[in-house]
Every structure is written in structure tokens, then in C-alpha cells.
Design a protein around this ligand. Structure first.
Ligand code: FES
Length: 151
């Protein structure tokens, strides 16, 4: 009897577990990357590059210190870029493109700057990056206000 009720319980659990789509349980494109105070130092935060293909960057732009999230994929053919602290540039290992700290393409075949993700501040100063909402930069295209956080 105990065996039958255990099997029935396991059956009920598995039926419920796999009848709920995983997309309802979590949204993989929305990443909580830390608290705002963790990104006060200007420079590149590399810890999300391998796991999520994101560079978090604290830069000074138009008189402000801003936190931004760049897609780490090269805008040429999509290779994963690398950060070179020595050169203060992002390098693409595939065909030699390079991008400056602002993500602007400097040389090589990459046709445009690195794409940027949208960010927002949640409760408790937690920073959320939305990797599904990206902005393609180019000449004459001003950054949307949700593509950076003023620090
Ligand atoms: S994919 Fe980066 S330069 Fe070609």
C-alpha cells in the first residue's frame, strides 16, 4: 500500500511539474546583476561575459557617470569579444575588430558599435538588465534613456 501511494504521489508531482511551461516560472532574459553601489568604479565588469554574453560598463559620458550593459557579441558576425585592460578596448578574436570603452567600433570589419541592453533599478537598488531588449547603435541614433543608469 505504501508503495502504491508513493508511486501515485510521484506521478502527481511529475504531471504538475511538466505541465507548467518553464517560461512562466522564470524569465531568463531579465538578470539581476547586483546593487547599484557595486558599479561605482569606472571600467568594465567582466563577470557576466561568459555566462550571459554581457559587458557591464561604468563610463563617463556627456558629463555623467553611467552604468551600461553591452552585448558582448561582435557586430560583424557575432563572435564573443574579449576585454583588453592593457589596450582599454574590446577585441574580437575572429576578424580583428576592436571597440572602445564606449562600445564604438574602432577598426576591423564590425559595421557598428556593440549593441546595448536596457537596464532599470528595482527595489533595494538592485540593477536589472534585460538582454531581450537591445538597442542597435548607429549614426544619428541617440541612446534611449533606458539604455543607461546615471550613477
Ligand atoms: S565576428 Fe568580430 S570581426 Fe568578425
Amino acid at each position: 500500500m505504501f508503495f502504491l501511494s508513493s508511486v501515485a504521489g510521484l506521478w502527481a508531482f511529475l504531471t504538475l511539474r511538466f505541465s507548467i511551461p518553464s517560461a512562466v516560472c522564470r524569465d531568463r532574459s531579465r538578470l539581476i546583476v547586483g546593487r547599484l553601489s557595486e558599479f561605482n568604479t569606472e571600467g568594465v565588469y567582466t563577470h557576466l561575459r561568459d555566462s550571459h554574453g554581457i559587458w557591464l560598463v561604468c563610463i563617463r559620458a556627456t558629463g555623467q557617470r553611467r552604468l551600461m550593459a553591452y552585448r558582448a557579441t561582435c557586430t560583424h558576425l557575432g563572435c564573443l569579444t574579449m576585454w583588453s585592460q592593457a589596450d582599454n578596448e574590446f577585441h574580437c578574436p575572429c576578424h580583428g575588430s576592436a571597440f572602445d570603452l564606449s562600445g564604438n567600433n574602432l577598426r576591423g570589419p564590425a559595421p557598428r558599435p556593440l549593441d546595448v541592453c536596457t537596464l532599470r533599478i528595482l527595489d533595494d537598488d538592485l540593477v536589472e538588465v534585460n538582454t531581450a531588449r537591445t538597442f542597435r547603435r548607429g549614426p544619428g541614433r541617440a541612446l534611449p534613456p533606458d539604455s543607461y543608469i546615471v550613477l
